[in-house]
Write a protein that binds this ligand. Structure first.
Ligand SMILES: Cc1cc2nc3c(=O)[nH]c(=O)nc-3n(C[C@H](O)[C@H](O)[C@H](O)COP(=O)(O)OP(=O)(O)OC[C@H]3O[C@@H](n4cnc5c(N)ncnc54)[C@H](O)[C@@H]3O)c2cc1C
Length: 387
């Protein structure tokens, strides 16, 4: 049986492990953390993410069942005035339909599925370098201190600061976006179950339901690199003090210890292949992008589904090099386009500066027909696995 080592037990790594194990590979997932789990916070999964889940052999209804139906209902300004409202019915509503999910719940679901499929998950292993080997010849080797694993395939699912990327794309390093995000999950339902995003100068605030009686919010703001606040909750309250009531109330009702903050790093689009030798990149390791389109998780799931569909099955070792080249052909153009769209979306949205620019943007966006906006969304979420 061919052996795969997946570096990283996040969403991309576990999804890859599921797909490969179901394809007959002997899969070992090496995870740096002492316990394989995700911390709190939520996200919204779009239709392409559910299609990828299905391509991995997981019933998408089982993912819907651990989440909450929601939809992107439009954009407001910081005072709560409508900038763009998307229709709540018809095809436009379908195009913006989402499942709100608690990250820890999806992670747990994927971990169970990976183990059920036969993958071995090993926590507490910090991979330090990878020899990618050669698909026609020598096997790859994954090193972690004194330990080493030989493999027919190495999947780099080790996130934005990927060590595997050091072997595949040496020199491609993530840069600080200039933005950091407070995030929290709080008890209670807010709004009509919709994903509401609000824009202000150099900032975005959003909230959505992740379960009945549970709401996720994020506050994404321009922040100096490496900034630290003694009290994150107080800092978030100050930053959004002049925003609409619902924003202030959500922050105010959040327990202090439920507020977390993450600096956002993104990879430049360089056109370098996602694979070399027997090593391949998936998820943030390949294409960490700004969160401004909310496509990080969905694209990670698409990567995992595509990779597992393209690789030869675990009993046939031939054809791996061609499969990885095809993976790169299929995935890189889409993910590079998505990274560029996320940057463009940030430029007109959360990253836009104060003053006249805000007023002009809001007026222009208000004039955009909702049908055009939902057509744009359709191009992102209409993904199907490679034949
Ligand atoms: C503030 C913020 C908000 C976001 N909001 C959204 C959203 O709403 N919707 C959305 O779709 N996406 C969102 N994203 C993006 C999304 O979180 C990521 O794209 C997604 O989690 C990537 O998953 P991953 O498995 O590739 O990487 P990660 O989740 O980073 O997992 C990588 C794993 O590899 C492990 N690892 C790292 N290095 C090593 C090593 N050397 N050896 C062994 N293990 C290692 C890590 O411990 C980790 O478990 C957001 C991101 C940020 C920062």
């Amino acid at each position: 049986m061919a052996e795969a080592v997946v570096v990283g037990g996040g969403i991309a790594g576990l999804a890859s492990a599921i797909g490969l194990a179901r394809k007959g590979w002997d899969v070992t997932v090496l995870e740096r953390a002492a316990a394989v789990r995700e911390l709190g916070a939520g996200f919204a999964l779009s239709r392409n993410g559910l299609a990828a889940v299905s391509a991995l052999g997981i019933n998408p209804e089982s993912v819907r069942a651990i989440g909450h139906p929601t939809w992107a209902s439009g954009t407001w300004d910081l005072h709560g005035r409508e900038i763009l409202r998307l229709p709540g019915t018809g095809p436009a509503r379908e195009a913006t339909a989402l499942v709100g999910l608690h990250r820890a719940r999806l992670h747990e679901r994927l971990l169970d599925a990976a183990q059920e499929a036969g993958a071995t998950v090993v926590p507490g292993v910090v991979v330090d370098h990878v020899d990618p080997g050669d698909p026609q010849g020598r096997r790859a080797v994954v090193h972690a201190g004194e330990q080493a694993w030989e493999a027919d395939l190495v999947v780099g699912a080790d996130g934005v600061r990927s060590v595997v990327r050091g072997a595949v794309q040496p020199g491609r390093v993530a840069g600080y976006s200039g933005y950091s995000s407070w995030r929290a999950i709080v008890p209670g339902d807010v709004g009509e179950g919709e994903l509401r995003q609000s824009w202000g100068p150099h900032a975005e605030f959003g909230h959505l339901g992740t379960a009945a009686g549970e709401t996720y919010w994020y506050g994404y703001v321009r922040t100096a690199a490496g900034a630290r606040f003694r009290d994150e909750h107080a800092a978030a309250s100050r930053r959004f003090a002049s925003w609409a009531g619902v924003v202030r109330e959500l922050i105010a009702t959040t327990p202090n210890d439920a507020v977390m903050r993450h600096d956002v790093y993104a990879l430049p689009v360089t056109g370098e292949p996602y694979e070399v030798g027997r090593a391949v990149l998936v998820g943030d390791a390949a294409h960490a992008m700004l969160p401004t389109m909310g496509q990080g998780v969905a694209t990670a799931l698409e990567d995992a589904a595509t990779l597992s569909l393209l690789v030869p099955d675990g009993t046939a070792r031939a054809g791996l090099g061609d499969a990885l080249a095809r993976y790169d052909d299929v995935r890189r153009p889409r993910c590079e386009a998505m990274s560029r769209m996320s940057t463009a979306s940030g430029a007109i949205g959360a990253h836009l500066g104060p003053g006249r620019r805000q007023r002009i943007r809001n007026a222009l966006m208000g004039a955009v027909p909702a049908s055009l906006t939902s057509r744009g969304a359709t191009s992102v979420i209409s993904w199907s696995p490679p034949a």
